[in-house]
Design a protein around this ligand. Structure first.
Ligand SMILES: NC(=O)c1ccc[n+]([C@@H]2O[C@H](COP(=O)([O-])OP(=O)(O)OC[C@H]3O[C@@H](n4cnc5c(N)ncnc54)[C@H](O)[C@@H]3O)[C@@H](O)[C@H]2O)c1
Length: 354
């Protein structure tokens, strides 16, 4: 029997991702217990508590939950609630795991960073693609010098008709943006992590609503209000980094393509090139091209399970979080600049130093 004192966990936001991905991950994590939940929807909170099979306390307002004696909170609300909930939780002395995107502006990330510094608590955003076996295999291969300096990257988060038909995603006041933030953040964070996070300096971008106001492409995830839809359904961007590298990024919820979803990145390095998630690589030995696919010896756990394990390891072992806010600052600076470039019709210079 373990002698480790269980970590007391509270949930803020108990909807889809909390129920389907975070709850199973916490349940698989030893020496942790979910003791309280907060959600503005009592129905969502009750459903979640039943799924825990426990007796967690239920709150409508997360500020009441934060008065409890908790070790950590897991924030799974719509994007625009992340920053106030994360900052309040850090200020209340809790460690914080938060869904992506951690925040929807660099100003918000800086506020979170200040709260991390003054609280001394662990803050990690759940960028679960970093924990996929394919990503771990590429990271290991790159760490052995097989990729070299990356001079160009192609990043795609393109869906055919998978539009999350809930106001938390389609109402800009709750989400901060459409697919650019929602799924662009996944592929962009992964690519930057595999590139060792070069510093972005200039961005051009475009955002468009091509289909979401009409009915030409029906959503596979149900219907949404065409009138209230206030984000983009397509965005693209081009990014310059301080080391001379460049990147193209493409994101959409609706579009004419055969695949339901293309979530991918391709990195071109001076020693080799590689694709995620296929792990196909190309390289040269002497003057001969070599190619193949990487096999992962890394953990094969479900990515969200690995996220929770990494977060708990940071708390228990006092090690830096696997996804620090200083890295997320660069990710959000790029996405924020894509929107700004689209609005202002020009290239945007950015400073993403913490
Ligand atoms: N990692 C992934 O692959 C992935 C997938 C889906 C969603 N997400 C992220 O997870 C977050 C939640 O998405 P979801 O799909 O679970 O949405 P959801 O709409 O299913 O759930 C959000 C929940 O938050 C609650 N909520 C709203 N405002 C609140 C507040 N002020 N205080 C407490 N609770 C509040 C809602 O009532 C709802 O129950 C989003 O940030 C989203 O980007 C990540």
């Amino acid at each position: 029997m373990s002698s480790t004192k269980p970590l007391r966990i509270g949930f803020i936001g108990t909807g889809g991702i909390a129920l389907n991905a975070h709850l199973p991950a916490w349940q698989a994590c030893p020496d942790t217990e979910i003791v309280a939940v907060a959600d503005v929807s009592e129905e969502a909170a009750r459903k979640f508590v039943i799924a825990t099979g426990g007796q967690a306390q239920v709150f409508a307002d997360y500020r009441d939950l934060l008065r409890l004696d908790l070790d950590a909170v897991d924030v799974c609300t719509p994007n625009k609630v992340h920053t106030p909930a994360v900052v309040a939780a850090l200020e209340a002395g809790k460690h914080v795991l938060c869904e992506k995107p951690l925040a929807v502006s660099t100003g918000e990330i800086e506020a979170i960073g200040a709260a991390v510094k003054s609280s001394g608590k662990v803050l990690m955003s759940a960028q679960h693609l970093r924990f996929t076996p394919a990503a771990r295999a590429i990271r290991d291969w790159a760490d052995q010098g097989n990729l070299g300096e990356v001079y160009y990257a192609r990043v795609q988060a393109l869906r055919r008709n998978l539009l999350p038909a809930r106001p938390g995603f389609t109402d800009v006041s709750l989400s901060g943006g459409g697919p650019c933030f929602d799924i662009g953040v996944h592929a962009l964070d992964l690519a930057l992590w595999l590139m060792d996070f070069p510093t972005p300096v200039r961005v051009t971008g475009t955002t468009r609503v091509n289909f979401a106001k009409g009915h030409k492409i029906p959503g596979l995830w149900g219907n949404w209000s065409r009138e209230a839809f206030s984000v983009e359904d397509f965005a693209s961007g081009f990014i310059h980094f301080d080391n001379g590298a460049t990147m193209a990024i493409e994101t959409s919820w609706l579009g004419h393509q055969q695949e339901n979803e293309v979530m991918a990145c391709q990195l071109y390095g001076l020693e080799g090139g590689v694709k995620w998630p296929s792990t196909e690589f190309a390289s040269t030995t002497g003057t001969t091209f070599t190619q193949g696919s990487l096999t992962s010896s890394a953990n094969a756990g479900k990515p969200h399970h690995e996220v929770v394990k990494a977060f708990v390891a940071s708390i228990r072992e006092g090690i830096p979080p696997a996804v620090p806010w200083t890295e997320t600052l660069k990710v959000i600076a790029i996405l924020e600049a894509i929107y700004r470039s689209a609005r202002e019709g020009r290239e945007i210079a950015i400073d993403a130093t913490p």
